[in-house]
Write a protein that binds this ligand. Sequence first.
Ligand code: FES
Length: 199
Amino acid sequence: MSHSSPTGLPSTDVKPGRRTFLQRLMLWGTIAAGALATIALSIPLVGYLLGALFKREKDWVRLGPIDQFPPGETKLKTFTNPLSQPWDGMVAHTGCFVRYLGKDEQQQPQFLVFAVNCAHLGCPVSWFPQSGLFMCPCHGGVYYENGDRASGPPPQGLFKCVWQVVNGQLEIQAPHLPTLQDTLTHPAWTPAQPRKERS
Ligand code: FES
């Protein structure tokens, strides 16, 4: 029950212990509300990141039987990317360059599979078998047949796709648009760590 002071204003006769309790209650309420708001705001971001991670892990694109790739030749294989969205349009239809290196000492087939995107700004490169070079039409980037950078503005060689052979079929992990910070090989794969054929 409130009382009036001699000045006519309501008196603040809340006892010190009760006032401290109310202040703490308000403080913890504010903290709890802030934490709930932070969690609510971060759920979509976390879901997006985890979704992208797991989607990248599980989507494989079948490129077909390995005997369609003659040793030492580079072939363009096109496919519809399972990572595409309905609004991607014709960009969803993409491709990769496959170069069969032959079998290693364990008789395992070895491939180089390159993304079509230039390592400079992502334009699609073309393969010229006569010169044995990949060339980018945008700013003149050039790559050797093994994907290494030859000349022009690209800061590195072509991005390599992660591949596997399953029952004689070559598959690649569905590629996103690669960048220098977000390549297609996580963890990085090199021919020194060949992938084994699965049966
Ligand atoms: S995008 Fe290929 S050289 Fe610039």
